[in-house]
Structures are given as structure tokens and as C-alpha cells.
Design a protein around this ligand. Structure first.
Ligand SMILES: *Cc1c(COP(=O)(O)O)cnc(C)c1O
Length: 369
């Protein structure tokens, strides 16, 4: 499909390298890195990012099957962990040489069944423990059953054991997190004791690397948002390099006289003469409607222009009164990570939501110098 949209998401691959190296500097040389490229690489371009860093990391992770297939079809050879494999996709997971997160006895049994039928030997799977997030994972009462089931066959092999921290960015939850880490150590030890193989272990996400590298580094870390420039902390985010810039151009400029309204439902009425610029990006592109009516703003010629009235599906209007600009001028919808953080705060959400919401209608362009 041809995409000539003037609205583009620019992705800086050198900044990705910088951020990767930053997190490498926080861990031991021997610790492996899994790069998380789920949800279209946090809204960026999973294939290009994976190709760019394939030689610099040890593993990739995606959430769902199709995301893993896209990487394989692009020629990615590194192991790929599928964090949320669905039972109905198991055969395809194997066909594309993807490695499932197995989080229940039911999944374990059916994955073994399928692997046996395909005459597989030692197919790698990853066992996930629930240590307090209460999302996916085995609990303590499952441990002895896992080893009993696994030791009876050789179609699959547990290659790693992992868990996920609920509040790694929140130091007020430190006591809870340390307890999660202890639980993980206890569960993984209990499983290993009864296994023939010795799976490796991993627990930390981006904020985990920042806050718990001493306590829970284990054999690998799972780096997601940090790669894309966000540290879940103002200071860390400042230290990282900016990866994502969302750009567009002014389609049209209007003069709005006192008493005239702008946009749907006439949400804005001018109390004095203003100028607006119409920009080709809307809520269908991931610009939350909550950013309307002055909550959100863009940058035009280095000045802030706030959104006037409601966000439309395909467009926004912004106030450019007093800003020297013309039709065709560049607009920075998301200038940088700091801008995205500020908009996230205004929306009472987190940068993860804003960047993964950038729709696939927006063209992705790579920046590499
Ligand atoms: C998404 C995800 C990560 C990455 O988290 P970040 O906070 O983006 O670093 C790591 N592990 C699991 C299980 C995840 O689902």
C-alpha cells in the first residue's frame, strides 16, 4: 500500500544504540539482553529495530504470534520469546521457530502434546512464575507437577524461567518488589532441583534494570521502553537519547473572528480574533481526544501551539496566534520524549500508551546518521 502521508514518525536508530549501551553499562558483561519489540516495537518499527540491533542483543520478545512471524519473515534469526502465546497458535509458534511463554499446566500439557506429535526434541520453552503481578504465571502449588510432566518426555525443554515485577519503577513498593524477587528465587530453585536441565533466569524490565540490577539481574534482562528513550523517571529519561519524533505539516491556516467557533460540536468559540492551523493527524492516529480543548499542544517553529476545540478523527486545529508560520510548515506533534512525558502526565497516563497508540496509518521513517 502506498503511503504518502505527510505525517511521519521518525525513528532514530543511533539513539536506540545509545540507549541500549546505556542499559548495558548498568549490568554485567555476562548478562544477556532481551529486547522487547512487542506492539510494533512500542509503536515504532519492530522489523527495522530488530534488524538494527540483532547483533547487539541475545533475544527478542513479542507479545503475540503474528508479531513474531513478522520478525521471522524479515529474516530475524535470534531466538524470539512470545510472551502471550495462545493455545490455538502453538503449531504456528513451532512452525516459525518461536519460543512460548508457558504459564499454566494446561498450556504445558498441550504444548508437549503438539511437540510430541511433530516429533520434536528439546524444543525450547520458557516457564513463567507469578510472583505478585497476578497476570500470567505458575504458582507454588504447580512446581512439582511441572517437573513431573517435563521429566517424562524429551519433546520440549525448559530453557528459561522468568517472572515480572509489578512496580519496578516505584521505590515506595521496594519491600513488595524484594518479596517478589525472593519468591522468584524460591520458585525457580524448587523447579530446578527436580529438573534434568538447568534453565537460565530473568526478571528485570527497564525500571528493574535501573532499580534492582543488584538484587535480581540473574542471567538476562528484558529491556523494553528504555530502548525507546523512556526511563519511567525524569532523570533517567533525560539521560537517554530521543528515539521518536512525530511530525506533520500545516494543511491550512484560518482566521477565526470573535464569536466564531472551531471544530465539531463548536467546542471552542473565539472570544477574540485568533489564527488556527489545521494539521493532518487525529484520534484515529492515536492522538487522544482527551488532548482537545487546550490540554495538548504541538510545536510549530519552536513555539507551543495548543489544540483548539475537539480532536477530529483525522485532523486537529491548533492555535497559532502570534506564531510566525505558513501553510506547509513543519509541526512537531511529539517533539521528543520530554514532550511525550508531559502529554502523558496531562492525560493521566504513561508514555507507553501514547507511543503504542500511534496508528499504523502514520508512515515510519528511519533516521540514521
Ligand atoms: C513488556 C514487558 C517487558 C518490557 O517492559 P519495559 O517496562 O517496557 O521495559 C518485560 N517483560 C515482560 C513480561 C513484558 O510484558
Amino acid at each position: 500500500m502506498e503511503n504518502n502521508h505527510v505525517t511521519v514518525l521518525e525513528i532514530d536508530l543511533n539513539a536506540i544504540d545509545y540507549n541500549l549501551n546505556y542499559f548495558k553499562s548498568k549490568i554485567k558483561n555476562s548478562t544477556k539482553i532481551l529486547a522487547v519489540v512487542k506492539a510494533f516495537g512500542y509503536g515504532s518499527n519492530p522489523v527495522e529495530i530488530a534488524k538494527h540491533i540483532e547483533s547487539k542483543v541475545h533475544y527478542f520478545a513479542v507479545a503475540y504470534l503474528d508479531e513474531g512471524i513478522a520478525l521471522r519473515k524479515a529474516g530475524i534469526k535470534l531466538p524470539i520469546l512470545v510472551l502471550h502465546p495462545l493455545k490455538l497458535n502453538f503449531e504456528k509458534i513451532i512452525k516459525y521457530n518461536l519460543e512460548p511463554n508457558i504459564y499454566s499446566l494446561d498450556l504445558l500439557q498441550s504444548f508437549i502434546e503438539i511437540s510430541k506429535n511433530l516429533n520434536l526434541k528439546n524444543y525450547p520453552i520458557h516457564i513463567k512464575f507469578n510472583t505478585g503481578l497476578n497476570r500470567l504465571g505458575f504458582s507454588k502449588s504447580d512446581i512439582s507437577k511441572i517437573s513431573t510432566i517435563v521429566n517424562k518426555q524429551d519433546a520440549i525443554e525448559i530453557i528459561s524461567m522468568f517472572s515480572h515485577i509489578a512496580a519496578s519503577e516505584d521505590l515506595e513498593e521496594r519491600a513488595f518488589t524484594l518479596q517478589q524477587i525472593d519468591t522468584f528465587k524460591m520458585l525457580s530453585k524448587a523447579l530446578i532441583t527436580n529438573l534434568k536441565s538447568t534453565p537460565f533466569k530473568h526478571m528485570l524490565n527497564t525500571s528493574g534494570i535501573i532499580n534492582y540490577a543488584n538484587e535480581a539481574q540473574f542471567d538476562m534482562v528484558r529491556l523494553g521502553i528504555g530502548l525507546y528513550g523512556f526511563g519511567n523517571d525524569k532523570q533517567i529519561t533525560t539521560t537517554l537519547k530521543n528515539v521518536l519524533t512525530l511530525k506533520s505539516v500545516i494543511s491550512q491556516i484560518h482566521t477565526i473572528n470573535k464569536g466564531e467557533s472551531v471544530g465539531y460540536n463548536r467546542a471552542y468559540t473565539a472570544t477574540t480574533k485568533i489564527q488556527t492551523a489545521t494539521i493532518p493527524i487525529g484520534h484515529a492516529d492515536g492522538i487522544s481526544r482527551q488532548l482537545g480543548n487546550g490540554v495538548g499542544y504541538v510545536y510549530i517553529n519552536n513555539q507551543k501551539a495548543s489544540i483548539v476545540g475537539n480532536v477530529c478523527m483525522d485532523m486537529i486545529m491548533v492555535n497559532v496566534t502570534g506564531i510566525n508560520c505558513c501553510e506547509g510548515d513543519e509541526v512537531l506533534i511529539y517533539k521528543n520524549k520530554e514532550h511525550i512525558e508531559d502529554l502523558s502526565n496531562r492525560l493521566n497516563t504513561i508514555p507507553y500508551e501514547l507511543i503504542t497508540a500511534i496508528s499504523q496509518r502514520i508512515r515510519r521513517v528511519l533516521k540514521e546518521c
